[in-house]
Write a protein that binds this ligand. Structure first.
Ligand code: SAM
Length: 245
């Protein structure tokens, strides 16, 4: 019978696609923000922010997609800026119950800054000068002064792969004032707590939506760009239209 055969193939198909969620996100999200539709809005597409660079897997996929998509769209790749935020010491230790996850521990996913620089040099040498590193734990590095200095580089795509609720909350509170209407966010770890949405990255999004409702900011679930993933989810950050408008 055909149906059992198709179901039998699914694990193999998903296996082949493993780790390609970043590729799918980068490719489709870049195509979205460079599309004619986005062009009609006052949207600056050139600033990629990545929180959680670790060993650089997501960065590799982003840079490869950027190379392909900028060529397709006849855009000089040098127009893009890349901002990478990581402790480069691996995961911190958090004791909040919204963060406890037996899969993770302090120091995990430690990536070296030098090997990340090599990745940029190899895949997108034109961007070596346009890649900025913010090294350290977000609680220390994400300051008002840093945000002011990035005011002229409004995020267009934001990749958040920091696993924890607390890290995500710190990032969202810091970044939203410089975001654009329609900034696309990819959250890699939405379902990493056995689907428990009162923990981890999802909890931080939910709290953000609750706390910033009065200012009108809201994360909206966008779409998955067909990403065959049980973890990543894509949101846009938008301003809510007031009922009186
Ligand atoms: C799962 S890893 C990222 C993996 C990476 N995206 C990749 O594809 O190779 C999570 C990263 O988040 C960083 N991280 C998490 N919380 C952080 C915090 N509060 N401050 C700085 N870095 C943090 C860790 O250092 C780690 O490199």
């Amino acid at each position: 019978m055909v149906i059992p055969k198709i179901y039998g193939l699914m694990p193999k198909i998903y296996g082949l696609m493993e780790y390609k969620t970043y590729q799918a996100f980068s490719y489709f999200a870049l195509n979205s923000i460079l599309s004619d539709h986005y062009k009609k809005w006052d949207f600056v597409p050139f600033n990629y922010y990545e929180f959680g660079t670790g060993e650089g897997n997501s960065l590799k996929y982003f840079l490869k997609s950027l190379r392909a998509v900028s060529k397709q769209n006849k855009i000089d790749i040098k127009k893009f800026n890349v901002f990478l935020f990581d402790s480069f010491e691996g995961l911190p230790e958090y004791n909040d119950s919204k963060d406890k996850n037996p899969a993770w521990s302090k120091g995990q996913f430690k990536g070296s800054l030098d090997s990340i620089k090599l990745i940029v040099k190899k895949i997108a040498p034109e961007l070596v000068e346009k890649t900025k590193f913010v090294k350290g734990f977000y609680e220390n590095t994400l300051t008002d002064d840093l945000r002011k200095s990035l005011n002229t580089y409004p995020p267009s795509l934001v990749n958040i792969d920091v696993d924890y609720y607390k890290s995500t909350k710190t990032i969202l509170e810091w970044i939203y004032p410089i975001c654009q209407e329609g900034t696309i966010f990819y959250f890699d770890d939405i379902f990493e707590y056995l689907g428990n949405l009162s923990k981890g990255e999802y909890k931080a999004i939910e709290e953000f939506n609750k706390n910033h409702l009065s200012e009108g900011f809201q994360f909206y679930l966008f779409h998955n760009f067909g990403i065959p993933s049980f973890t990543g989810k894509v949101f846009t950050l938008n301003k809510i239209v007031n009922k009186s408008d």
